[in-house]
Design a protein around this ligand. Sequence first.
Ligand SMILES: *[C@@H]1O[C@H](CO)[C@@H](O)[C@H](O)[C@H]1NC(C)=O
Ligand SMILES: *[C@@H]1O[C@H](CO)[C@@H](O)[C@H](O)[C@H]1NC(C)=O
Ligand SMILES: *[C@@H]1O[C@H](CO)[C@@H](O)[C@H](O)[C@H]1NC(C)=O
Ligand SMILES: *[C@@H]1O[C@H](CO)[C@@H](O)[C@H](O)[C@H]1NC(C)=O
Ligand SMILES: *[C@@H]1O[C@H](CO)[C@@H](O)[C@H](O)[C@H]1NC(C)=O
Length: 947
Amino acid sequence: MADTSHGPASFWTQADALLRKNLTFQKRNIKQNIRLVSFPILLCLLLVLVQTLVNHELDKPENRCGCICIDTDGDGKCEKVCALKYSTLEQGASCPIPDPPQWPPLLQVPAPNHRAVISSVIPYTDLPNESCKRTGSCPVTMLFTGKNQTLGEVLAGNMFRSNFTLNSSDTLDNLASSVSGSESMPENSNFLDPAFYSDLPIYNVQSQCSQNPISSVPINISSIQMQQEVRCVQGLHLWRNSSSEVNSELYKGYKKGNSERKINEILAAYDFSNSNGNNFNVSIWYNSTFKNDTGSGPIALLRLPRLVNLASNAYLEFLQGSGTDMLFEFVKEMPKPESKLRLDFSSLLGTLFFTWVILQLFPVVLTSLVYEKQQKLRIMMKMHGLGDGPYWMISYTYFLTVSSIYMLCFVIFGSLIGLKFFTMNEYSIQFIFYFIYINLQISLAFLVAAMFSDVKTSTVIGYIFVFGSGLLGGFLFQFFVQDTSFPRGWIIVLELYPGFSLYRGLYEFAQYAFNGNYMGTDGMRWGDLSDSNNGMREVFIIMVVEWFLVLLFAYYVDQAVSSGTGKGTFFCLQRFRKKKLSSFKMRSLRRQGSKVSIEMEKPDVGQEREKVEKLLLDSDTTHAVICDNLKKVYSGRDGNPEKFAVRGLSLALSRGECFGMLGPNGAGKTSFINMMIGLTKSTSGTAYVQGLDIQTQMDEIYTSMGVCPQHDLLWETLTGREHLLFYGRLKNLKGSALIQAVEESLKSVNLFYGGVADKQAGKYSGGMKRRLSVAISLIGDPKVVYMDEPSTGLDPASRNNLWNVVKRAKQDRAIILTTHSMEEAEVLCDRLGVFVDGSLQCIGNPKELKARYGGSYVFTMTTSSNHEEEVENLVRRLSPNANKIYYLSGTQKFELPKQEVRIADVFESVENAKQRFTVFAWGLADTTLEDVFIKVALEAQASNVLT
Ligand SMILES: *[C@@H]1O[C@H](CO)[C@@H](O)[C@H](O)[C@H]1NC(C)=O
Ligand SMILES: *[C@@H]1O[C@H](CO)[C@@H](O)[C@H](O)[C@H]1NC(C)=O
Ligand SMILES: *[C@@H]1O[C@H](CO)[C@@H](O)[C@H](O)[C@H]1NC(C)=O
Ligand SMILES: *[C@@H]1O[C@H](CO)[C@@H](O)[C@H](O)[C@H]1NC(C)=O
Ligand SMILES: *[C@@H]1O[C@H](CO)[C@@H](O)[C@H](O)[C@H]1NC(C)=O
């Protein structure tokens, strides 16, 4: 490769590489992206559909203000006139009311069979007898108390008149000046008191009723003539000694169980307390329960002012004498314009739907992060030099952009189709709210992603979060918000959960939009944020603070997890544990270590150690890799002893050397590689790569390192060329040098021709993926390359192909290769080490090893089983020190020391033997590497068992 002078890639080069890769990746995922964006659009459309249907239903002519055709300007043609008087009661709701009707103020009078009478719970004998309930003629009771009973009696007496008859020509004034009331319930719209259009009578409360208490009088309200029944009812005023007595009596009026007869309702109660001639002080008890199901409190107040007026009138009369009166003439509602009956569905249903829409981004970000982790792509990128800074910056910005586009589509589309939820509220508040929330959500996804390593689990958790938060918000949290008696502090605590703070924000938008639409006012404006009922301000504060905290915490956890010491447990915890263990461990290690070197170290391994020590003293930098007594110990868990994965490895590799590592499974090869590529930290000792220490300078080492992991770590949807371009950029290749390097690389692994380079990696065969992995490990001219079983699972042709690549590549770099294939080791490696049970058993080039450990031929012969002994005799004759290493039903294998036998003798003896008995097959072989390997491994294991 041409360019060898490039240094490590800068922050921005790395960021650029990652960004380009992500964009390509997204381009491939276009279908999924379209599905994602279409979700809110579909929801909005659904809302609009429902809304149109509902409004169509509400806006039917029979619900519109009643109209009639009359000739108003006298030109003989009739004009359409719409007014309340042409409307039914239902239509009236939408009529303009420029001049609302007025009606006399009323009291809330208990229904006849609810009025208080003597009963077992209320033993006061001054109450009326229960028998009046049968005739429906019970009086209404009013209680009063105070410091001065004389004064109280006077005031109470002033309240009602006796023998008062209605003047039928001016009923309304008469009703206003006498004390009137109704048992009907006030309603939501207050343009007329229901008392005047329900069938219930109007009660005229007097201290004594005349003979004929019931009369029917004409009433004119807003030019509508009505006949109204007015019924006289006796008002009883009873003195009680203290306000606590009043309290207990009122309390006993509430019904218990289902018995209607037990209800004892009292009109009202007055406490005149310390009132006297100079001073008027009154408290009034009234029944605040009587509000209709719409539930808004102030409606009950409609029947309240008259109670106050009654008391002040009585006091005025006490001061000034009878005849003085403070007339409370009428009650009327504010004028109202013509209104259309329309419900804004987007605001009613919107909160839940929109919560889902926005939360839906969470699993998307989460799974995408966990995918890179599960496929180990993150660590792969890191090993090829991608720093954490660029990774975080680009990933974060990238998800922020995706989320912002999503939200933008959502808001713009919602506004275009006219959802009040969006159009009524100030856009700047909405944008800031959504912006802060998506940032919080992304940070949260980063944090949660650190705890999962499986895409499926994280997807499930993500969607449970989405639907759970939405439903809990809609069916639990919202009730807390609406319930004014629920402590506000607890709501803020609940809002610390991001799903609820989102819900609260959307809920506020919906409320403002709904009310604004209904009342014809504005939606939420910045000024409304200072309103104490508006929860938006707290939501903003909570979300901003959480955003920063979660982001910091996520970065911290990510660092802890990716520093490799373990999964899931936290950094500080681990550090603490390590510290506690290490001092103790070092001692035991040292003992163990010395034993190993004295008793078991082979001369070749010892030589390598001396070489390393010398190199370190000379501070030599010509060697690519120098391992200095590298050790890895896994601490014992659950009472198991500590596991020594690597027990002091010393090794020096020069440039241009390929070192093969052989060893049985579990020998510690992978632990060694993991330490070298920075996945785990060594327990003690260190290694220098290009003169850089793996303990402290791993980030610099990454820029000149290539890794071909045991399993292919590739993006399914990226092509081979895109993989190489990405990793090439990470290695700081640019422009034409990059293109050239990628092309050469593709050609060298035979992926260039036939359009293979531009096929997605997911569609590659196993061999192609393997070759691509090797190409990735070699791109950008790394000085040290680690290959973990590079040819596993390849057919012989592909394998040869791959070997050629590696052979070519080893010219000017050090390669460390682990393999189980002796053939591969022999073809590729300049030196081999057999690694058993955590330490090197031997080291040397393949020929040397064979000579050293071989030194014998292997003689095999197969006969029928009754000739076995003759074969053995034959061998003994050839070589007295022969060693039987294997036998099974007629097949026997012997090891013949080379110095004892001549090959010609062997052939001769076999020819002779063939004449005496049938030989099915026979063979004589020189020792193979495989024999060396097995021998070394067995020896090492045997000596380990002994020690
Ligand atoms: C009670 O009120 C009456 C009427 O105002 C007054 O004459 C009387 O002195 C008051 N009694 C006391 C103890 O204040
Ligand atoms: C009723 O009121 C009208 C006007 O206020 C008055 O002229 C008339 O005398 C009254 N009739 C009775 C019976 O009080
Ligand atoms: C209220 O006080 C009066 C005078 O002190 C007393 O006679 C009467 O029994 C008391 N009533 C009750 C219900 O305690
Ligand atoms: C208050 O009004 C409600 C509704 O009319 C009624 O059910 C309840 O019994 C009343 N309570 C009292 C103490 O009068
Ligand atoms: C509330 O008002 C409606 C009419 O708007 C009426 O039908 C209903 O009976 C009222 N509820 C009660 C508890 O009186």
